[in-house]
Write a protein that binds this ligand. Structure first.
Ligand code: HEC
Ligand code: HEC
Length: 349
């Protein structure tokens, strides 16, 4: 049932690219179309000019795992976005070419199809725009788009993949971005214990402590003011105070993009799905554990002149903190589609 709804939603959004799939739910390669996991909206937004086809997603997958995209062929997108960690990397801040460290933590890439802007400061407006930036970032892949296009053009098998995805073997920046963005749109996590509790009414899916945690999350602990809805993010920008140290903001965050005072030190609310797998936490990876995160919120964040008024001291008891943590851990789900090395249907259960 969910498969059919998903196909219908995609066909609506993509005007026909997968129309054949509506009759027989399998892609050109004969593989069954992936079913969206419980809790993920079937209305996957897909831009009309970049329909999501199986061949394009497959090309995007290949590019995502290909280190040739970096100058010295050592770094792929997956170096910093590992499938086993819900496409985050387990490091405090990202490490790219020549072991250069960036200043920000690599976020999980799940359910980004539903996102409204990308990067911690929201500076990319689409996944297509985002995909081209790491390639030329001197701290990440350190390459030029021209060099990447040259390498791909020299590969017969890439030329064939572009024909499959786009109808001819013209290899352009835009097509490369479209294929990668298509692949990233397929990375969806759901069917967590929380989803089974919430959507199937399976009370046994959550421990009593996790259920108390959920009530706190939506109530007295104020978390759901920003970590809203099924994606656990409002896709907006808030100053919680993470970046406030010794009387100054170490990273201006969203302010650099909008120039608005309310965005000083503000970062995009991250999803909390799979959060037990995606540490270290925050835009700068400054918290190693979820315990540290909960303690941070409990004390009311780092008070500073630009702090969001929704961050308040909570005075949680030890037991309440445990409950909140149990709830956060219940958000670990299954990753669906996004293939090899995810050829297994789900990266983790
Ligand atoms: C060297 C590590 C590194 C590499 C390589 C890398 N990324 Fe990232 N990625 C990051 C970091 C760090 C951020 C957050 C940066 C920021 O917000 O300023 C990020 C952010 C993103 C986001 C935004 C997610 C969100 O929720 O806003 C997407 C999408 C993404 N990367 C996809 C890719 C793709 C596609 C590639 C390959 C073309 C790639 N990344 C290569 C480290 C990396
Ligand atoms: C005012 C909005 C707001 C409220 C309220 C809020 N958060 Fe957040 N949360 C954010 C923002 C923004 C970030 C990213 C901050 C940064 O990186 O500097 C974040 C980050 C996190 C992270 C790190 C996730 C990651 O992938 O790095 C966790 C975990 C988290 N919040 C849990 C909670 C919990 C639990 C509560 C309730 C006790 C809560 N949040 C309340 C806005 C909020």
């Amino acid at each position: 049932m969910r498969t059919l709804r998903f196909v219908a939603a995609l066909v609506l959004a993509t005007s026909g690219a997968w129309a054949a799939a509506a009759c027989a739910p399998s892609g050109p390669a004969g593989r069954p179309l992936p079913e969206l996991p419980l809790g993920a909206s079937p209305l996957v937004p897909v831009p009309p000019d970049n329909p999501l086809t199986e061949a394009k997603v497959e090309l995007g997958r290949r590019l995502f795992f290909d280190a040739q995209l970096s100058r010295d062929s050592t770094v792929s997108c997956s170096s910093c976005h590992e499938p086993e960690r819900s496409f985050s990397d387990g490091r405090t801040v990202a490490r790219g070419i020549d072991d250069k460290e960036g200043t920000r933590n690599a976020p999980a890439l799940i359910n980004r199809a539903y996102g409204r802007s990308f990067f911690w400061d929201g500076r990319a407006r689409s996944l297509e725009e985002q995909a081209l930036l790491p390639m030329v970032n001197p701290d990440e892949m350190g390459n030029t788009h021209e060099e990447i296009l040259r390498r791909l053009g020299a590969s017969g098998s890439y030329r064939r993949d572009f024909v499959d995805a786009f109808g001819d073997d013209e290899i352009t920046k835009e097509r490369m971005a479209q294929a990668i963005a298509g692949f990233v749109r397929t990375l969806v996590s759901g069917n967590s214990p929380f989803d089974r509790f919430e959507h199937l009414g399976d009370t046994a899916a959550l421990s009593e402590s996790a259920r108390r945690g959920l009530a706190l999350f939506r109530g007295r602990a104020r978390c759901a003011l920003c970590h809203t809805g099924g994606l656990f993010t409002d896709e907006r920008f808030h100053n919680t105070g993470v970046t406030w140290r010794d009387g100054e903001l170490l990273d201006s965050g969203r302010f650099v993009i909008t120039g608005k005072n309310l965005h000083r030190g503000a970062f995009k609310t991250p999803t909390l799905r799979d959060v037990a797998r995606t540490g270290p936490y925050m835009h700068d990876g400054s918290f190693a554990t979820l315990e540290e995160v909960v303690d941070f919120y409990d004390r009311g964040g780092n008070i500073n002149p630009y702090q969001d008024p929704d961050i308040q001291p909570l005075d949680l008891t030890l037991q309440e903190k445990e409950s909140l943590l149990a709830f956060l851990r219940s958000l670990s789900g299954e990753m669906r589609f996004g293939r090899a090395p995810l050829d297994r249907e789900s990266a983790h259960k």
